[in-house]
Design a protein around this ligand. Structure first.
Ligand SMILES: [Zn+2]
Length: 335
Protein backbone atom coordinates (compact mmCIF):
# COMPACT_ATOMS: atom_id res chain seq x y z
CA UNK A 1 0.00 0.00 0.00
CA UNK A 2 1.02 3.59 -0.46
CA UNK A 3 1.87 5.49 2.70
CA UNK A 4 -1.06 6.27 4.95
CA UNK A 5 -2.13 9.90 4.60
CA UNK A 6 -1.89 11.83 7.86
CA UNK A 7 -5.47 12.87 8.45
CA UNK A 8 -7.94 12.58 11.30
CA UNK A 9 -8.53 8.96 12.34
CA UNK A 10 -11.15 7.35 10.14
CA UNK A 11 -12.48 5.12 12.94
CA UNK A 12 -12.57 6.01 16.61
CA UNK A 13 -14.12 4.58 19.77
CA UNK A 14 -17.32 6.38 20.81
CA UNK A 15 -19.34 5.53 23.94
CA UNK A 16 -21.41 3.21 21.70
CA UNK A 17 -18.40 1.49 20.12
CA UNK A 18 -16.33 1.69 16.95
CA UNK A 19 -17.47 4.81 15.05
CA UNK A 20 -16.82 6.33 11.63
CA UNK A 21 -17.59 10.03 11.86
CA UNK A 22 -16.97 10.70 8.16
CA UNK A 23 -19.63 8.11 7.25
CA UNK A 24 -21.75 8.53 10.39
CA UNK A 25 -22.07 4.82 11.25
CA UNK A 26 -20.94 2.42 13.97
CA UNK A 27 -19.49 -1.04 13.44
CA UNK A 28 -20.89 -3.74 15.79
CA UNK A 29 -22.01 -1.08 18.35
CA UNK A 30 -22.45 -1.95 22.00
CA UNK A 31 -25.43 0.40 22.35
CA UNK A 32 -28.31 1.36 20.06
CA UNK A 33 -27.19 3.83 17.35
CA UNK A 34 -28.66 5.49 14.25
CA UNK A 35 -26.81 3.28 11.74
CA UNK A 36 -25.04 0.03 12.57
CA UNK A 37 -22.81 -1.97 10.23
CA UNK A 38 -22.79 -5.55 11.52
CA UNK A 39 -19.89 -7.94 10.85
CA UNK A 40 -21.90 -11.06 11.80
CA UNK A 41 -24.82 -12.41 13.82
CA UNK A 42 -23.12 -13.51 17.07
CA UNK A 43 -24.76 -11.76 20.01
CA UNK A 44 -21.66 -9.80 21.06
CA UNK A 45 -21.59 -8.20 17.58
CA UNK A 46 -25.27 -7.95 16.57
CA UNK A 47 -27.22 -6.17 19.30
CA UNK A 48 -30.85 -5.03 19.19
CA UNK A 49 -32.12 -1.45 19.36
CA UNK A 50 -30.38 0.38 16.50
CA UNK A 51 -32.50 2.32 13.99
CA UNK A 52 -30.88 0.85 10.86
CA UNK A 53 -28.61 -2.10 10.13
CA UNK A 54 -26.37 -2.99 7.22
CA UNK A 55 -24.72 -6.39 6.84
CA UNK A 56 -23.58 -8.82 4.16
CA UNK A 57 -26.49 -10.12 2.09
CA UNK A 58 -25.84 -13.74 3.15
CA UNK A 59 -26.25 -12.78 6.81
CA UNK A 60 -29.38 -10.65 6.64
CA UNK A 61 -31.80 -13.31 7.96
CA UNK A 62 -29.48 -14.14 10.87
CA UNK A 63 -28.89 -10.50 11.83
CA UNK A 64 -32.65 -9.82 11.57
CA UNK A 65 -33.33 -12.74 13.91
CA UNK A 66 -30.72 -11.50 16.37
CA UNK A 67 -31.57 -7.78 16.38
CA UNK A 68 -35.27 -7.76 15.51
CA UNK A 69 -34.44 -4.71 13.37
CA UNK A 70 -34.67 -3.70 9.71
CA UNK A 71 -31.55 -5.07 8.06
CA UNK A 72 -30.26 -4.03 4.65
CA UNK A 73 -27.88 -6.37 2.86
CA UNK A 74 -25.11 -5.75 0.36
CA UNK A 75 -23.24 -8.36 -1.65
CA UNK A 76 -19.62 -9.15 -0.80
CA UNK A 77 -17.34 -6.75 -2.66
CA UNK A 78 -20.11 -4.28 -3.56
CA UNK A 79 -19.28 -0.67 -2.67
CA UNK A 80 -21.67 1.68 -0.93
CA UNK A 81 -21.19 5.41 -0.40
CA UNK A 82 -21.88 6.46 3.20
CA UNK A 83 -21.32 10.16 3.92
CA UNK A 84 -17.77 10.92 2.89
CA UNK A 85 -16.54 7.31 2.82
CA UNK A 86 -16.92 4.25 0.62
CA UNK A 87 -17.80 1.06 2.46
CA UNK A 88 -17.63 -2.54 1.29
CA UNK A 89 -17.96 -5.93 2.97
CA UNK A 90 -15.77 -8.95 2.21
CA UNK A 91 -15.96 -12.61 3.34
CA UNK A 92 -14.58 -13.21 6.86
CA UNK A 93 -14.92 -17.03 6.82
CA UNK A 94 -16.23 -17.02 10.41
CA UNK A 95 -19.92 -18.01 10.05
CA UNK A 96 -22.59 -17.65 7.35
CA UNK A 97 -22.73 -14.01 6.22
CA UNK A 98 -19.72 -12.90 8.31
CA UNK A 99 -17.91 -9.91 6.87
CA UNK A 100 -14.71 -7.93 7.02
CA UNK A 101 -15.49 -4.20 6.76
CA UNK A 102 -13.45 -1.99 4.41
CA UNK A 103 -13.75 1.78 4.78
CA UNK A 104 -12.06 4.19 2.38
CA UNK A 105 -11.78 7.97 2.40
CA UNK A 106 -9.63 9.84 -0.13
CA UNK A 107 -7.34 6.88 -0.72
CA UNK A 108 -6.91 5.98 2.95
CA UNK A 109 -8.18 2.45 3.76
CA UNK A 110 -9.10 0.92 7.10
CA UNK A 111 -10.23 -2.67 7.50
CA UNK A 112 -12.09 -4.15 10.48
CA UNK A 113 -11.95 -7.94 10.54
CA UNK A 114 -14.76 -8.70 12.97
CA UNK A 115 -14.33 -12.38 13.87
CA UNK A 116 -12.58 -14.31 11.09
CA UNK A 117 -10.70 -17.44 10.16
CA UNK A 118 -8.73 -18.59 7.14
CA UNK A 119 -9.48 -22.33 7.58
CA UNK A 120 -11.79 -23.67 4.87
CA UNK A 121 -15.39 -24.07 6.05
CA UNK A 122 -18.11 -25.40 3.71
CA UNK A 123 -20.82 -23.46 5.56
CA UNK A 124 -19.54 -19.98 4.67
CA UNK A 125 -17.56 -18.03 2.09
CA UNK A 126 -13.78 -18.27 2.38
CA UNK A 127 -11.97 -15.33 4.10
CA UNK A 128 -10.38 -12.92 1.64
CA UNK A 129 -7.50 -10.69 2.76
CA UNK A 130 -8.16 -7.01 2.00
CA UNK A 131 -5.33 -4.49 1.47
CA UNK A 132 -5.37 -1.54 3.85
CA UNK A 133 -3.30 1.06 5.71
CA UNK A 134 -4.80 0.36 9.14
CA UNK A 135 -6.06 -3.08 10.17
CA UNK A 136 -8.28 -3.59 13.21
CA UNK A 137 -8.01 -7.32 13.85
CA UNK A 138 -9.55 -9.57 16.47
CA UNK A 139 -6.99 -11.69 18.29
CA UNK A 140 -9.11 -13.97 20.49
CA UNK A 141 -6.46 -16.68 20.00
CA UNK A 142 -3.54 -14.32 19.45
CA UNK A 143 -0.74 -16.28 21.10
CA UNK A 144 1.88 -18.53 19.48
CA UNK A 145 0.49 -21.57 21.38
CA UNK A 146 -2.68 -21.48 19.26
CA UNK A 147 -2.16 -23.52 16.09
CA UNK A 148 -5.24 -25.31 14.86
CA UNK A 149 -4.97 -28.91 13.69
CA UNK A 150 -6.27 -29.71 10.22
CA UNK A 151 -10.09 -29.69 10.38
CA UNK A 152 -10.27 -32.93 8.37
CA UNK A 153 -8.22 -34.65 11.11
CA UNK A 154 -10.51 -33.24 13.78
CA UNK A 155 -13.58 -34.56 11.95
CA UNK A 156 -11.93 -37.97 11.52
CA UNK A 157 -11.43 -38.05 15.32
CA UNK A 158 -15.02 -36.93 15.88
CA UNK A 159 -16.39 -39.63 13.55
CA UNK A 160 -14.30 -42.32 15.29
CA UNK A 161 -15.57 -41.14 18.67
CA UNK A 162 -19.20 -41.17 17.47
CA UNK A 163 -18.78 -44.65 15.94
CA UNK A 164 -17.34 -45.97 19.22
CA UNK A 165 -20.22 -44.43 21.18
CA UNK A 166 -22.75 -45.96 18.78
CA UNK A 167 -21.10 -49.38 19.15
CA UNK A 168 -21.63 -49.10 22.93
CA UNK A 169 -25.27 -48.06 22.48
CA UNK A 170 -24.59 -44.53 23.72
CA UNK A 171 -25.68 -41.13 22.47
CA UNK A 172 -22.75 -38.94 21.40
CA UNK A 173 -23.35 -35.30 22.43
CA UNK A 174 -21.28 -32.50 20.91
CA UNK A 175 -21.60 -29.13 22.60
CA UNK A 176 -20.97 -26.25 20.26
CA UNK A 177 -22.18 -22.70 19.78
CA UNK A 178 -25.65 -22.82 18.15
CA UNK A 179 -24.82 -20.33 15.39
CA UNK A 180 -21.91 -21.24 13.16
CA UNK A 181 -19.98 -23.92 14.99
CA UNK A 182 -22.94 -26.29 15.18
CA UNK A 183 -23.48 -26.08 11.41
CA UNK A 184 -19.76 -26.51 10.75
CA UNK A 185 -19.85 -29.68 12.85
CA UNK A 186 -22.93 -30.91 10.97
CA UNK A 187 -21.31 -30.29 7.59
CA UNK A 188 -18.12 -32.04 8.72
CA UNK A 189 -19.30 -35.29 10.34
CA UNK A 190 -20.04 -38.55 8.52
CA UNK A 191 -23.84 -38.59 8.59
CA UNK A 192 -23.94 -42.28 7.59
CA UNK A 193 -22.88 -43.29 11.13
CA UNK A 194 -26.32 -42.70 12.62
CA UNK A 195 -29.22 -40.28 13.13
CA UNK A 196 -28.39 -36.66 13.96
CA UNK A 197 -30.54 -34.86 16.51
CA UNK A 198 -30.41 -31.24 17.59
CA UNK A 199 -31.27 -28.87 20.38
CA UNK A 200 -33.99 -26.37 19.35
CA UNK A 201 -31.53 -23.46 19.34
CA UNK A 202 -29.31 -25.33 16.87
CA UNK A 203 -32.23 -26.43 14.69
CA UNK A 204 -33.46 -22.81 14.37
CA UNK A 205 -30.07 -21.82 12.96
CA UNK A 206 -29.93 -24.91 10.73
CA UNK A 207 -33.13 -23.68 9.07
CA UNK A 208 -31.50 -20.33 8.28
CA UNK A 209 -28.43 -22.03 6.82
CA UNK A 210 -30.54 -24.35 4.69
CA UNK A 211 -32.65 -21.40 3.48
CA UNK A 212 -29.40 -19.74 2.38
CA UNK A 213 -28.52 -22.84 0.35
CA UNK A 214 -25.90 -24.35 2.69
CA UNK A 215 -25.94 -28.17 2.42
CA UNK A 216 -26.38 -29.84 5.82
CA UNK A 217 -27.25 -33.49 6.53
CA UNK A 218 -30.81 -34.24 7.71
CA UNK A 219 -31.42 -33.42 11.39
CA UNK A 220 -34.40 -33.54 13.70
CA UNK A 221 -34.98 -31.85 17.04
CA UNK A 222 -34.51 -33.95 20.20
CA UNK A 223 -37.94 -32.75 21.36
CA UNK A 224 -39.63 -34.35 18.32
CA UNK A 225 -39.29 -37.91 19.62
CA UNK A 226 -37.19 -40.62 21.29
CA UNK A 227 -33.43 -40.36 20.80
CA UNK A 228 -32.14 -43.72 19.52
CA UNK A 229 -28.89 -45.02 20.99
CA UNK A 230 -26.07 -44.34 18.53
CA UNK A 231 -27.44 -40.90 17.63
CA UNK A 232 -25.28 -37.79 17.46
CA UNK A 233 -26.78 -34.84 19.33
CA UNK A 234 -25.63 -31.26 18.73
CA UNK A 235 -26.48 -28.79 21.48
CA UNK A 236 -25.31 -25.44 22.83
CA UNK A 237 -23.06 -25.68 25.92
CA UNK A 238 -25.79 -24.29 28.21
CA UNK A 239 -27.95 -27.37 27.50
CA UNK A 240 -25.35 -29.56 29.21
CA UNK A 241 -26.35 -28.12 32.56
CA UNK A 242 -30.10 -28.49 32.02
CA UNK A 243 -32.66 -31.28 32.66
CA UNK A 244 -32.99 -31.49 28.84
CA UNK A 245 -30.00 -33.87 28.94
CA UNK A 246 -32.19 -36.57 30.56
CA UNK A 247 -33.91 -37.12 27.21
CA UNK A 248 -30.68 -38.38 25.69
CA UNK A 249 -30.27 -41.65 27.59
CA UNK A 250 -26.74 -42.95 28.22
CA UNK A 251 -24.36 -40.34 26.80
CA UNK A 252 -20.75 -39.57 26.08
CA UNK A 253 -20.06 -35.84 25.74
CA UNK A 254 -17.64 -33.62 23.84
CA UNK A 255 -16.97 -29.93 23.34
CA UNK A 256 -15.91 -28.44 19.99
CA UNK A 257 -13.96 -25.21 20.47
CA UNK A 258 -10.57 -23.58 20.04
CA UNK A 259 -10.44 -23.44 23.84
CA UNK A 260 -10.06 -27.24 23.88
CA UNK A 261 -6.41 -26.56 23.07
CA UNK A 262 -5.96 -25.17 26.58
CA UNK A 263 -5.01 -27.69 29.24
CA UNK A 264 -7.74 -28.04 31.87
CA UNK A 265 -10.55 -26.51 29.84
CA UNK A 266 -12.09 -29.88 28.98
CA UNK A 267 -12.15 -30.84 32.66
CA UNK A 268 -13.63 -27.46 33.55
CA UNK A 269 -16.37 -28.15 31.04
CA UNK A 270 -16.93 -31.64 32.50
CA UNK A 271 -17.00 -33.30 29.09
CA UNK A 272 -15.43 -36.61 28.06
CA UNK A 273 -13.73 -35.30 24.91
CA UNK A 274 -12.45 -32.00 23.54
CA UNK A 275 -12.24 -31.33 19.80
CA UNK A 276 -10.08 -28.39 18.74
CA UNK A 277 -12.30 -26.67 16.21
CA UNK A 278 -12.27 -22.89 16.08
CA UNK A 279 -13.93 -20.28 13.90
CA UNK A 280 -11.23 -17.73 14.72
CA UNK A 281 -7.74 -17.21 13.30
CA UNK A 282 -4.94 -19.02 15.11
CA UNK A 283 -1.49 -17.47 15.49
CA UNK A 284 -0.12 -18.36 12.01
CA UNK A 285 -3.38 -17.26 10.35
CA UNK A 286 -3.24 -13.95 12.24
CA UNK A 287 0.32 -13.28 11.07
CA UNK A 288 -0.58 -14.20 7.47
CA UNK A 289 -3.66 -11.99 7.53
CA UNK A 290 -1.65 -9.00 8.73
CA UNK A 291 1.11 -9.61 6.16
CA UNK A 292 -1.41 -10.04 3.32
CA UNK A 293 -3.24 -6.85 4.30
CA UNK A 294 -0.07 -4.82 3.75
CA UNK A 295 -1.13 -2.72 6.75
CA UNK A 296 1.44 -0.39 8.27
CA UNK A 297 -0.64 -0.08 11.44
CA UNK A 298 -2.34 -2.93 13.32
CA UNK A 299 -4.86 -2.34 16.11
CA UNK A 300 -5.60 -5.67 17.85
CA UNK A 301 -8.85 -6.11 19.73
CA UNK A 302 -10.62 -8.93 21.67
CA UNK A 303 -8.04 -11.15 23.32
CA UNK A 304 -4.37 -10.91 24.14
CA UNK A 305 -4.14 -7.44 22.64
CA UNK A 306 -1.05 -6.21 24.58
CA UNK A 307 1.04 -9.23 23.63
CA UNK A 308 -0.07 -9.07 20.01
CA UNK A 309 0.55 -5.30 19.72
CA UNK A 310 4.05 -5.71 21.19
CA UNK A 311 4.79 -8.51 18.73
CA UNK A 312 3.80 -6.40 15.72
CA UNK A 313 5.79 -3.40 17.03
CA UNK A 314 8.81 -5.69 17.19
CA UNK A 315 8.17 -6.50 13.51
CA UNK A 316 8.41 -2.79 12.71
CA UNK A 317 4.69 -2.04 12.42
CA UNK A 318 2.80 0.61 14.30
CA UNK A 319 0.58 -1.24 16.77
CA UNK A 320 -1.41 -0.60 19.92
CA UNK A 321 -4.45 -2.36 21.40
CA UNK A 322 -7.85 -0.98 20.52
CA UNK A 323 -9.84 -0.77 23.74
CA UNK A 324 -13.24 -2.47 23.67
CA UNK A 325 -15.93 -2.88 26.24
CA UNK A 326 -15.03 -6.52 26.66
CA UNK A 327 -11.41 -6.82 27.63
CA UNK A 328 -11.67 -10.41 28.85
CA UNK A 329 -11.75 -13.38 26.52
CA UNK A 330 -15.27 -14.15 25.29
CA UNK A 331 -17.39 -16.84 26.83
CA UNK A 332 -16.67 -20.28 25.46
CA UNK A 333 -20.27 -20.36 24.30
CA UNK A 334 -19.56 -17.48 21.94
CA UNK A 335 -16.68 -19.21 20.28
ZN1 LIG B 1 -18.32 -14.48 16.26
Amino acid sequence: MSKRPSMAELLTISPAGLYCEAGDFHIDPWKPVARAVITHGHSDHARPGSAAYLTAERGVAIVEARTGGAVEGIAYGESQRMGNVTLSLHPAGHILGSAVVRVERDGEVWVVTGDYKADPDPTCAQFEPVRCHTLITECTFGLPIYRWPDASEVFAQMNAWWRAAAAEGKTAVVFSYALGKAQRVLAGVDASIGPIRTHGAVEAMNDRYRSAGVALPPTSPVMSGRVEPGSLVIAPPSAGRSPWMRRLGDTTTAFASGWMMVRGRRRQRSVDRGFVLSDHVDWPQLLDAVAESGAERVLPTHGNTEVVARWFREQGLESQPLPTRFSATPEDDEE
